[in-house]
Ligand binder design. Structure first.
Ligand SMILES: Cc1ncc(COP(=O)(O)O)c(C=O)c1O
Length: 451
């Protein structure tokens, strides 16, 4: 089939059979066809067969932390594929699952030594919530059935996770089916002092007071608090002070409430340390990790728990079993590539790389704030490898723009996929300054020409 007919064929199949996630299909633009990834770049062609090459500035939904076609990860997969691609994970054990469990436990300084394998961020969080709920049920504390959650959270699209997340437009239609949780109104600032310092302090203090009130009032009925540490990703890269985590930890201890950290986005080094909770010098009771762990090479996730949580299930009573599992649980390929990914975090000194990226973001944001587009932006913020800018435009008109911005940015050399009115950058950790510069220039050009 010649090239022209191949594209026509692809488009026909796309229109007749494909249903994309999160996409109003009737409004969607023609797809870009991606043929190859190499480093931070993706290569392909548009529906008119024009070649495209662009920086994957959001690490393909925050997953591809080492970019694309990364040799050490590829080799880990190939090696494991020669050995064992999959095996039922009950009664059976295998080396990659054992080695990875040991490594992840070590990453938590063995505060969370118990590892429960699953497939993606949503399932890891679903498991976390079930663990917390059953932890108290197994011990006879039947009244602790509710969850405290931070306003604007996002934990996935299953019914459990929609219940734990923000009741935004995104999940509104399902609202009658969701279980009740207790939402704590949030206050945001960046650790870089985005807002007026005094105001930020006041907001922080009122949030801390609010947390105390909520714990005091509800602790008898609450099994756990569920949160994304420091950065609420899907909400628009909203950032809050690590001190909030410290406060929550102490309230959890005081009122016997479990702390669940959703590190699906922030984990695997995204903010510098392997886990974002480390900024607060605390440890959660339960932790969900996915995305960057297997770095785009396998659908894979883990839920980690303390020994105390595990012991509530370690019982002669069969009813105390953790009733959850998936066909692909602890898939050896996923385990093998995750081991390689954790090793790379150390061997490539990723923490230093993230500090470097943060410095580049800082310079860029300073420049942007003094550039010709300064009136079009506000609440610029950055933390670790994450940078975000609120674009000044009404949300309604922006929604119509959204698909337009994706199209424009890709054609200009970097994928910008706004969250509402927020432009953000979540690059692969291996990105170099000149590659990040392409992203910065595309953001500037998009603000200048499209907003
Ligand atoms: C914090 C957080 N939790 C959970 C999820 C859900 O993960 P997945 O899309 O792998 O199901 C996401 C996805 O973006 C996330 O950002």
């Amino acid at each position: 089939m010649d090239r022209k007919h191949r594209i026509e064929d692809f488009l026909k199949i796309h229109h007749e059979h494909i249903w994309w996630p999160f996409t109003p299909m009737k409004l969607a633009k023609e797809p870009f066809f991606i043929e190859k990834g190499e480093g931070v770049f993706l290569y392909g062609y548009d529906s008119d067969d024009n070649p495209i090459k662009f920086v994957d500035a959001i690490s393909s939904w925050w997953v591809s932390i080492y970019g694309h076609n990364f040799e050490p990860l590829k080799q880990a997969l190939i090696k494991q594929m020669d050995q064992l691609e999959h095996v039922i994970y009950a009664s059976m054990e295998h080396e990659p699952a054992l080695r990875l469990a040991e490594m992840l436990s070590e990453k938590t300084q063995h505060h969370l030594p118990r590892v429960f394998y699953s497939d993606d961020g949503s399932t890891a969080m679903e498991i976390a919530a079930k663990m917390a709920f059953q932890y108290f049920q197994n011990q006879g504390t039947k009244e602790k059935t509710k969850f405290l959650v931070l306003e604007n959270g996002y934990h996935g699209d299953t019914f459990g996770n929609m219940s734990l997340g923000a009741r935004s437009d995104f999940h509104k239609v399902y609202e009658p089916l969701l279980f009740d949780v207790i939402h704590i109104p949030m206050a945001y600032n960046t650790t870089e002092g985005l807002y007026n310092e005094e105001l930020a302090k006041l907001e922080l203090q009122s949030l801390l007071n609010r947390l105390e009130t909520f714990f005091e009032k509800h602790h008898k009925e609450v099994c756990a608090i569920v949160l994304e540490p420091i950065i609420q990703g899907a909400a628009g890269m909203l950032m809050y002070h690590p001190f909030v985590l410290k406060k929550i930890r102490s309230l959890c201890d005081e009122y016997k409430v479990l702390m669940i950290c959703d590190e699906v986005f922030t984990g695997a080094g995204r903010t510098g340390p392997y886990f974002a909770y480390e900024h607060a010098g605390i440890f959660p009771d339960i932790l969900a990790l996915s995305k960057g762990l297997s770095a785009g090479y396998a659908t894979f996730a883990v839920t980690l728990a303390t020994e105390d949580v595990y012991q509530a299930f370690y019982s002669d009573n069969k009813a105390h079993t953790m009733f959850h599992g998936h066909s692909m649980t602890a898939n050896p390929l996923g385990c093998a590539v995750s081991i390689a990914s954790v090793e790379l975090y150390d061997s490539l000194n990723i923490k230093n790389k993230i500090d470097q990226i943060q410095n580049w973001h800082k310079e860029f944001i300073e420049e942007l704030k003094h550039s010709s587009v300064k009136e079009k932006i506000k609440n610029t913020r950055y933390f670790g490898s994450v940078a975000a800018i609120d674009v000044v435009v009404s949300l309604e008109s922006f929604k119509a723009f959204n698909l337009e911005i994706i199209d424009f940015s890709v054609r200009n050399g970097a994928l910008i996929r706004p969250l509402g009115n927020v432009f953000y950058i979540v690059p692969p950790y291996i990105i170099r300054k000149e590659e990040l510069k392409i992203v910065y220039e595309v953001i500037y050009k998009t603000l200048k020409e499209k907003i």
